[in-house]
Design a protein around this ligand. Structure first.
Ligand code: IPE
Ligand code: IPE
Ligand code: MG
Length: 259
């Protein structure tokens, strides 16, 4: 509770009304392309441009953590050619943008399972993380080969191992310890999650972390997402009333103080 409220107070230079952590489900590339009679790949390619714009805008808006969903554990069920294209685009993005990200103060972090990724991709992800690890303006957290259920199960497995090894007792396991075993352990929970494409679901994205996130669903496809759409989503967020299970300050009964 305290941590969540601290979201709004951290950082002297940032816009205090900006969400500290924004998650984005970048959806609708295929439909964007289909609408124009183009191959799905063209939608994904234009999606990379939208990602570039979004990273820049997030930094300008004072967002400190930006998590982007770029390949889900379930996306392996797509045709092999599309999977190859998506893997290729990730490599292209890192190769073409790493230097700029590095210079602009962006720290790249990658969450998700690396076990079944090709060695060249893993090497690139490692390089991106290593080269930007001193940066602190914006954390760009790329959820790649990521699934929230898989992440939660892996955390449970890790804790079970620690109990079996006698390092911790089952009673030590609380929300804080559990969250410290998730891929997102270094970031606060997202304040805002934006999904493009009009679908209104999380599709296995940050399910533990989004317990109290504000959700904004936009009726546009990801390649059309721009600074203006981002700004509008932030305004929607600001107009929301977050309660975290409590009541608003203004609704709390007045405590009479003895004089
Ligand atoms: C999002 O666009 C990109 C990924 C899931 C990798 P989609 O490819 O899901 O596009 P739609 O939803 O089919 O339009
Ligand atoms: C979610 O989009 C995953 C990413 C944006 C990477 P999907 O297109 O895979 O989700 P569903 O299948 O519509 O739920
Ligand atoms: Mg989709």
């Amino acid at each position: 509770m305290k941590d969540k409220q601290a979201s709004f107070a951290e950082g002297a230079s940032r816009d205090l009304r900006a969400p500290l952590h924004v998650g984005v489900i970048m959806d609708g590339n295929g439909r964007w392309a289909a609408q124009r009679g183009l191959p799905r790949f063209e939608g994904h390619r234009r999606g990379v441009e939208a990602l570039r714009r979004t990273v820049r805008a997030a930094a300008d808006f004072g967002v400190r953590y930006l998590t982007v969903y770029s390949f889900s554990s379930e996306n392996w069920s797509r045709p092999p050619a599309e999977i190859t294209e998506l893997m290729g685009l990730l490599k292209f993005f890192i190769r073409s943008d790493l230097r700029t990200l590095e210079q602009e103060g962006v720290r790249v972090r990658v969450i998700g399972d690396r076990d079944n990724l090709k060695a060249d991709i893993v090497a690139l992800l490692d390089e991106a993380e290593a080269r930007t690890r001193h940066n602190s303006k914006l954390d760009l957290i790329v959820a790649f080969n990521y699934g929230s259920r898989q992440e939660i199960v892996a955390a449970a497995r890790d804790l079970a191992r620690e109990v079996a090894a006698g390092k911790i007792s089952p009673d030590d396991i609380d929300e804080t310890l559990f969250a410290s075993r998730l891929g997102t352990r270094f970031a606060p929970d997202p304040d805002l999650i934006i999904r493009t494409s009009g679908e209104m679901r999380l599709s296995n994205f940050l399910m533990w972390q989004s317990a109290y996130s504000e959700l904004v669903f936009l009726p546009i496809y990801w390649p059309d997402f721009d600074r203006q759409a981002f700004q509008a989503a932030l305004e929607t967020f600001r107009a929301r009333e977050r309660r975290f299970g409590g009541v608003l300050e203004s609704e709390k009964p007045k405590v009479m103080t003895a004089s």
